[in-house]
Write a protein that binds this ligand. Structure first.
Ligand SMILES: *[C@@H]1O[C@H](CO)[C@@H](O)[C@H](O)[C@H]1NC(C)=O
Length: 499
């Protein structure tokens, strides 16, 4: 048998994953729809999108990037046509009726709408209904057909390649927001990326920096089968389109919440403003807060036999080293170099001052926090090897074997290349983000009397178990503690019984 092959790493706490499981009936339905309704819908949707193009193109003629344009009759006419075409397009896509709760206020009252949770390209529905501006990458302008439609709503473009882009984007948002309602409202998805709607991740500050009132808008897709979610891990864009067009009806609910005006304190502190709006929206959605952000995606998607299991402490560590500016500066070369120096210390512990010297950084509060992160015995002394392992783990979350190799280089004995069992347990604790790792079944295979292991032996062993961490290790809060009867697949006997 193959245990736990469907369990995602991270203990299933990852909002950047969408696991779509179809029952037999659903599969049959989709099969039938695929050969009947789907081609017709796809044809109609494509036709309507192509039909929209000349309108959007005409409207964009003679337009200047920065000027507010007068609402001439023909622009209003084009706007009306485009809205009608877009509505028809969504209708053909199965969004037959769209439930709207609450009322959108005038741009002069709230120049910015903050929309969450962001989970799919279908989140464009409220945008095409309101023809609000959005914030988007410059590259999206060059998508055929759709790019022209995006340009039509006069988005605030983000220039990814530009060093100064963040500041420029925020400047442009501020400029438009402060125009007193002359520019269209801006819809901003403050999460900055798509999740699976299981919670609200951290909000980016952009929408909140101008310090003007915002109107929160919440989205719901109350469908039985979730074919909508398009996030980092899971079905891709075409897959989602196909499955959604195969559903008889797709529901979406848009709710406009009351305008939120920032207090003086919130005006000065955009992060606080963002956090308060986020809390309010989470409450209206009845969803938990997830303290993850765009920068954490890679960490929370680590997988493989040694993928991070519980990423909460590693994410905290990641935030600290970002603040110290170490994240960007850490290349593979830097890691190798630090590992070499850490090895030279031969397990000597470092106090705060020495640690600062090790990193060539001044002693600051943040550095103190990093230091105390590894202070196991609360005696102000750390084993810097543990720091290097953590750094390598968050810097290269998808390359856990490289991190393991690096760790061995710091610990192994020169003659035999072996490390002690306790040392391996300590390494794995950091890499997996768990506590109290026990290697009982690993050492069982390796001979309990030696208590030592080489990298090659371990590698060989790990390669046999795609879910090594879960199947072969024991640690605090291991999911197996809660479900008795799961096989001990690393223990030879019970495997042969199961097979
Ligand atoms: C969505 O994310 C949550 C964690 O936030 C996870 O538990 C859940 O399994 C995910 N849903 C799907 C359908 O993958």
């Amino acid at each position: 048998m193959k245990p736990s092959n469907s369990r995602p790493s991270g203990g299933g706490k990852n909002p950047f994953v969408h696991e779509l499981k179809l029952t037999m009936t659903e599969k049959i339905k989709i099969g039938l729809m695929s050969v009947t309704v789907f081609p017709v819908r796809l044809l109609l949707v494509s036709f309507l999108m192509l039909l929209a193009w000349p309108f959007a193109f005409t409207a964009s003629l003679g337009r200047s990037e920065f000027a507010i344009e007068p609402q001439s009759w023909w622009r209003r006419f084009i706007d009306l046509c485009l809205r009608a075409i877009m509505r028809a397009m969504w209708f053909c896509g199965g969004f037959h009726w769209i439930k709207v709760k609450g009322q959108r206020v005038e741009p002069s009252e709230a120049p910015i709408l903050t929309v969450a949770p962001h989970s799919s390209y279908f989140d464009a529905i409220p945008v095409t209904m309101t023809m609000c501006s959005i914030v988007t990458k410059l590259e999206s302008r060059s998508i055929p057909v759709w790019g022209t439609l995006i340009s039509y709503i006069r988005p605030v473009f983000v220039f990814r390649s530009d060093q100064d882009s963040r500041r420029k984007t925020v400047e442009e948002i501020r400029r438009r927001a402060c125009s007193g309602g002359k520019w269209p409202q801006i819809m901003i998805f403050p999460e900055g990326t798509c999740t699976n709607r299981s919670g609200l991740i951290l909000f980016k500050a952009g929408a909140f920096i101008p310090g003007l009132p915002v109107q929160p808008v919440i989205l719901r897709y109350p469908n039985k089968l979730d074919t909508i979610t398009w996030t980092w891990k899971g079905p891709g864009a075409f897959h989602i389109l196909w499955l959604t067009l195969c559903q008889p009806h797709n529901s979406i609910e848009i709710e406009y919440l009351p305008v939120y005006s920032p207090s003086n304190e919130e005006k000065e502190n955009p992060a606080l403003f963002a956090s308060n709006v986020r809390k309010l929206m989470a409450k209206a959605l009845d969803l938990p807060l997830k303290d993850l952000s765009f920068d954490d995606i890679e960490i929370s998607l680590s997988h493989g036999p040694l993928g991070i299991y519980d990423y909460s402490s590693l994410l905290e560590f990641n935030q600290l080293i970002c603040r110290l500016g170490l994240r960007a500066a850490t290349t593979d070369r830097v890691l190798e170099e630090q590992a070499r120096r850490a090895r030279k210390l031969q397990g000597d512990k470092l106090g705060l001052e020495d640690f600062a010297q090790f990193l060539s950084l001044p002693v600051t509060d943040t550095l103190k926090e990093v230091h105390s992160f590894f202070d196991e015995h609360r005696d102000g002394q750390i084993d810097v090897r543990r720091y290097v392992i953590a750094l390598s783990t968050v810097r290269r979350p998808t390359k856990s074997m490289e991190t393991l190799k690096l760790a061995f280089k710091m610990y192994e004995s020169e003659e035999s290349g072996e490390i002690l069992e306790e040392e391996l347990a300590g390494i794995l604790e950091i890499m997996l983000g768990v506590k109290e790792v026990q290697l009982s079944s690993v050492s069982l295979t390796l001979g309990p009397d030696t208590g030592k292991i080489t990298y090659d032996d371990l590698l060989h062993y790990i390669q046999q178990y795609p879910h090594f961490a879960l199947d072969c290790l024991h640690f605090k809060d291991h999911p197996q503690d809660f479900c008795a009867g799961r096989s001990q697949s690393c223990n030879g006997q019970s495997r042969s019984k199961d097979d």
